[in-house]
Design a protein around this ligand. Sequence first.
Ligand code: ADP
Ligand code: MG
Length: 609
Amino acid sequence: MADIIQLLPDNIANQIAAGEVIQRPASAVKELLENAVDAGATEIKLIIADAGKSLIQVIDNGKGMSETDARMAFERHATSKIKQIDDLFHIKTMGFRGEALASIAAVAQVELKTRKPENETGSFIEIENSHVIKQEVCACAVGTSISMKNLFFNVPARRNFLKSNAAEMRHIIDEFIRVAMAFPQIFFSLTSNGQEVFHLEAGNVKQRIIQIMGSSYNAKMVNVKEETDYMNIHGFIGKPETAKKTRGDQYFFVNNRFIKSAYLNHAVNTAFENMIAKDSFPSYVLFIDIDPSQVDINVHPTKQEIKFEDEKIIYAFVQAAVKHALAQFSVAPSLDFTLNADIQSLEAVSKPFTEEKKEAVSNSSNLYKTFTQKNQAHFIEQNDSGELKHWKSFFAESKMQNAEGGTQLNYENEQHSAFSVQYSAYFQLNNTYIIATTDNGFKLVHQQLAHERILYERYITAAHNKQMPTQKTLFPATVELTPVDAALMNDLLNDLNFIGYHIEPFGSNTFVIQGTPADVLQGNEKHALELLLEQFKHFSSDIKFSKREKLIRCMSRQQAIKEGQSLSQQEMQQLVTDLFNCQTPNITPTGNPTYIDFKEDYLLRLFGK
Ligand code: ADP
Ligand code: MG
């Protein structure tokens, strides 16, 4: 009967749309900074109060807006950056969806002051909940100043979802750095609660990297630069020694837009293969310039994910460019590009090029030719150190290390016979496994995983309701972190303290380690702490655990003896005894088995008996 469908009022529609674009203060920061860049500013100042929860302000000296534009800018789908659908494929600006200001005005109290250089006076607009409250002529500087107060004041549910100030500030700094890194020719500053956190004079890419990542990078960067007709890459990679335990300084920009791409990140990592430890991350700041028609940036509202027309070519190009740079600076011993068989069978490799691309390639630089010859798009380093080798060597080289006197052990673990396991001898296999014979077979114990379980239960008990003991460091080490990691560190200080660390902030982004948990080796404090942060970050998406639980899990993993460590007879015995004294001896905190039981009847069956 009665019709029931209605159009949503603008303010509600805008609020819903805002959910996609503005998830947290940092998303608004990104949008406002990008608008200032698009306006051609040479100076951009970001002012934050209360981690953006009470104030985010961006002041630029760009081209400003006319009175009408200033009002229009807050309408949904209002943009000066595209006019027709075709423009979508030639985007040269950061913004183009015309949603940011409309979204911001829907969820905050916004004030805008803006003036074009050719005008004597500017415009002032106050807007709240998508309603214009005031618009008037005003005196102001050339450019635009936009401030948004009390983010999500009218959406309490979202406001409640915001994280601690330290966490939100970390996101803001992330976004700030991403924009500032991409535009080194622009001056940027960031002031938080009245304190200037960043002051970045205009310069070149290298100078900007040093301003942001620290002057210690100066001598540790290798230049990357390859130009072809299809795409260019330029920027810097850190020498292998700058690889970190924390995934901090990794930046990819495509046409100056920061993007997240696990795929391209992998390309860089593999170029560094065998030059850095497996659990560490190379630093890099790389800019890819490519014809905008070869990428689709409109696949995600925040535009941090993009689609390439031909992703595999980009991968190969990035990898080759990084290898080339490493080789040129004699960081890598040699370049050995051979084609991996798995890759060879991929369709993109056997017929990677359209006619146009072939044409584009034919007069391009040498590097690009190297991987377009023979229609081979994918050169990767010959790698026979993969899993196969691992297993081969495991069998070929494994020696049963029967420590002397294995049969005349003292049975210190007699009191644990409740576990009905009487160990007669311990053997170490490949410096990784302990074979503990039992009265009806043997147990194959993984030394690292077993130790992880033991430490975990020990820490949990120790931390149950009192602070864990600290050993004072003899020579307090200082750690310098990236602003992002420093924010995380501040967030964790309390809990780190509880598990036995004693860490003090020491100026911007620097911390002094005064004490560590008793298990951490003296002299190793810094490394241990960096590793802990890194592991913590891997956990952080997991909301099931408290910070403290996460830290304890990380620390047990970190402090556990590792594969490859040779153990004495006594150490093996201790480890096995401790393991079976645990409440849950059979699995690690994350659920991997710590040992496997080989019982006699099973062994007999294996032999067909
Ligand atoms: P988009 O950036 O996608 O076009 P926004 O909602 O972010 O959408 O901005 C809408 C319009 O407002 C922009 O297209 C631009 O014309 C104008 N604008 C926004 N910020 C500024 C600024 N800082 N200086 C000049 N013009 C601006
Ligand atoms: Mg914009």
